[in-house]
Structure formats: C-alpha cells, structure tokens
Design a binder for this molecule. Structure first.
Ligand code: SF4
Length: 370
C-alpha cells in the first residue's frame, strides 16, 4: 500500500542515491553533501535559500524533488509540556508526531529531557482493541522520506522556539518509533529512514537513542536484531497471559507468548541490552495482581525493563484507566522483585495524546465540516 507522489521527497534520498543522480547530470561529487547539508544542518525551507548552489541546479532540484512532503497543520501545546504536531501529507493523509518534554527539578523547560515520537503508517492494521490509530484500519505505509520529514518538522518547530540558536536534533534525548502504525510492518522504509536519521550527512542522531516499538511481529523482530545499527527495542506486551493479550491484541493469535518471549530474549542477547516491555494498564482487563505476577516472571526471565502506562481514554472505546492505588499495587509487585520498572505519569492527556486521537478528531471535523 504505497502512495506515489508527483515528485519524490528529497528526504527520501541517501547520500549515495543523490550522488549517483547528480553524477548522471555531470555535477561534482561534493554537491550531494552540500545539498543534504542545506536540508538537514542549515534547514533551508526553499530551494532559493540554498544560495551557494548554481541556479540551474536549483531549478533541476525543484523540478525533480519536493523539498518537504509533510505540511504542519496543527501544533497543539498541552499544559503538561507535550507538543503534538499534526502533519498533512501530499495525498491529504494526516499523521501525528509528538514532542514530550519531561521537566526536571531545578532545570528550565529548554533543558528538560526531550523525546520525539514518530509515526510510520497512516492508520494501523494491527487492530489493538484499546487504540485510536487502529480504529479505522490501515490506510497506507509512509515512505522513508515521509518518516524523515516528521523529524525535520520537529526541528523547524524547535528553531521557531529558539530563533537565536538553532536547536540541533542532538539536543533531544530519545526518538521513539511509537506513533501511529506498526513500525515493523513497514520495515524497509523504517530502516531507510532511521539510517538517514543516524547518518552524519543526515540528522546525526545516535542509533542507541532510537527505540522501535512493536506489537510483536516476531519474524521482523528477529530480522531487526541483525541490523548493523543497534536500535533499541520496545515490545507492547499489554497482557501477561495469552488469554488477556489475545483479548486486546489480535497479533497474539499469530505470535503468542510462546513465540514472542523467545524473540525478546534473542534480541536482548544479540545486543546485550535490555528490551523494554510496554504494559498499558486497563481497568479490569490486565490490571490484576495475577497479571502483575505473570509480568514479573516474564520480565525477570528475559531481563527486561517494564514500562507501565495508565490507559488514556479514547472516544468511542469502553476501556478505562485503573485508579492510582491499583496502579501502584501493580507496580509494587514488580518493584518487590527488584525489576527495573517505571510507572509513567503520562503526558498530553489534554491534547488527545493517546496514539491517533488528534488525527481521528481532525478527520471527523473535516468530514462533517464542523
Ligand atoms: S497500539 Fe500500535 S500496533 Fe496497536 S493498533 Fe495502535 S498503532 Fe497499531
């Protein structure tokens, strides 16, 4: 499921592919790096801004590529310091990119921990029962250029916040591929985009600070383990038994825990680093102490970090978040076993931060014209 734009985005080119295209036009070898430098380091917003390129080359670039395949339509700031960017692609599709700033004591907001969450698909086919992104199914995969464009849009927003000193992407602590879509279902575009994100001619962001989150596509997890760039892995577990997991995640029927857990272990052993198990706490679904005990056993077995996330309510879905006491009791079972565990106080509740909600609300408004 691919969209073919009139002009491919420049953000979809690598140094090698652009060098080859330019060589075919008789351009010197240094031009590709110069052009990508304008795009990623100097953040030119128009071809004319690339002032040290010959005019004829700028015209050719304009005829050949789109400079930015995603337009910012909304930047929703939330009171708890989360920014949600709603971006429109060339076919009118909407995607979400989120900036999460975690304030630290005694430190101003600009020096707080910052994470960017990016999307890899328009909609999602995985149909997790609790998720807004899966509600309307999968519309299409994003191209590598569209995935990279989200990060450039984040840079533009940061540049606007700090106009006197261009904020480098490196000032972000982490990038998580946890937005709309199942990243590993769009594997080739994902790896291409993350390679650009990591490259010194691209955005220069360290692979070890990039986490890919999957609902549990076991064969692709094993493939990812063999990638030379050592990305981090997070697995959306959300159920510590097959019965509970299958109730809310259809992927569990194809890849039940007996297949998923060994894949987590294999990834962790291959990279010598902890995998994160994500666990959204949903009232009366997976928040019992029995589930906590099973999760403790799994996490201990594969030596994983556990991230507990109280559920964000989604319009039209019946699920609710458990009360704080119940959340704490669940977390305590894990803490008592000396596991590495975080109980997230989630950001962005007031801006429809649960995956895919802002997009759904905006699409609904467009349909009804309200
Ligand atoms: S939780 Fe992730 S994998 Fe599941 S439907 Fe939502 S976007 Fe897709």
């Amino acid at each position: 499921m691919k969209f073919v734009p009139k002009k491919p985005p420049l953000t979809g080119e690598t140094l090698d592919s652009l060098t080859a295209l330019l060589a075919a036009r008789g351009e010197p070898a240094f031009r590709a790096k110069q052009i990508l430098g304008w795009l990623y380091k100097r953040r030119a917003r128009s071809w004319d801004a690339m002032t040290d390129l010959p005019k004829a080359l700028r015209s050719w670039l304009d005829e050949t590529f789109s400079l930015m395949p995603a337009t910012l339509v909304l930047n929703r700031h939330s009171a708890d310091v989360t920014d949600k960017l709603l971006l429109e692609l060339e076919d009118g599709s909407l995607i979400e990119t989120v900036i999460i700033r975690a304030p630290q004591e005694g430190v101003g907001l600009d020096r707080s921990r910052k994470t960017i969450c990016i999307s890899t698909q328009v909609g999602c086919a995985m149909a997790c029962a609790f998720c807004a992104s899966g509600l309307a199914g999968l519309k299409r995969d994003l191209s590598a250029g569209e995935i990279v464009a989200q990060l450039l849009q984040v840079c533009y927003c940061e540049d606007a916040r700090t106009p006197r000193a261009k904020a480098e992407l490196a000032s972000f602590d982490n990038i998580v591929v946890m937005g709309m879509g199942e990243p590993l279902a769009n594997y080739d575009a994902l790896i291409e985009a993350l390679t650009t994100l990591n490259a010194d001619w691209g955005l220069g962001f360290g692979a070890r600070r990039i986490t890919i989150s999957t609902s549990g596509l076991v064969p692709k997890m094993l493939k990812l383990a063999e990638e030379p760039l050592g990305f981090r892995l997070a697995v959306s577990l959300h159920g510590a038994t097959d019965e509970v997991r299958s109730r809310i995640m259809p992927v569990n029927k194809a890849y039940p825990l007996a297949k998923l857990i060994p894949a987590v272990r294999a990834f962790s052993e291959r990279h010598g680093r902890m995998v994160t198990l994500e666990f959204i706490l949903i009232e009366d679904v997976n928040d019992s102490l029995e589930q906590a005990a099973k999760l403790r056993d799994i996490a201990g077995d594969v030596h994983a970090h556990v991230n507990l996330i109280p559920y964000n309510t989604v319009d039209g879905l019946p699920w609710r978040r458990p009360g704080v006491e119940r959340q704490e009791a669940f977390a305590e079972v894990l803490r008592r076993a000396d596991l590495s565990v975080t109980l997230r106080r989630e950001k962005g509740h007031d801006i429809a931060a649960a995956c895919g909600q802002l997009r759904l609300k905006t699409e609904k408004k467009r349909e009804t014209g309200t």
